[in-house]
Design a protein around this ligand. Structure first.
Ligand SMILES: [Zn+2]
Length: 137
């Protein structure tokens, strides 16, 4: 038996309240519920983080996330919806099996994300972009 809680949910060995399932993904209610309608979309296969996804998995999980987001909007009519996905402990990842949070949002709901903008010079942006482009080759 896997120690991974999401692998155990996929296998059905621990309960989850499912809202959607397809060949590659399963979506279920987050037991924490930041706001009503808060859903997690996870891959069925164990992949620790975004870096572990192949192209088919990446496409499947975001296709499912967009579909479930439309369902949340229709069901709850939130003012907004945050799509949150963390990779690594320093990014806030607590379950090390790839998943996307879909969080319905409302003014004053208390959910916060600190966004410490640095506004670097254009030359610095070009330098950083060049590093990423080189890594993509
Ligand atoms: Zn897992």
């Amino acid at each position: 038996m896997s120690e991974c809680v999401f692998c155990r949910i996929v296998a059905g060995s621990i309960p989850a309240t499912r809202v959607h399932e397809d060949e590659h993904t399963v979506a279920f209610m987050d037991i924490g519920q930041v706001n009503p309608g808060h859903v997690l979309v996870a891959l069925k296969a164990h992949a620790e983080n975004v870096y572990a996804l192949d192209d088919a998995q990446a496409a499947a999980v975001f296709r499912a996330a967009a579909r479930v987001a439309r369902g949340i909007r229709a069901a709850f009519q939130p003012q907004g919806l945050s799509v949150y996905q963390a990779n690594g402990q320093s990014a806030g990842q607590t379950v090390f099996h790839f998943h996307i949070h879909l969080v319905p949002r409302h003014e004053g709901d208390g959910m916060a994300l600190t966004w410490p903008v640095k506004n670097p010079a254009r030359e610095k942006l070009e330098e950083h972009a060049a590093k990423i482009r080189a890594a993509l080759r």
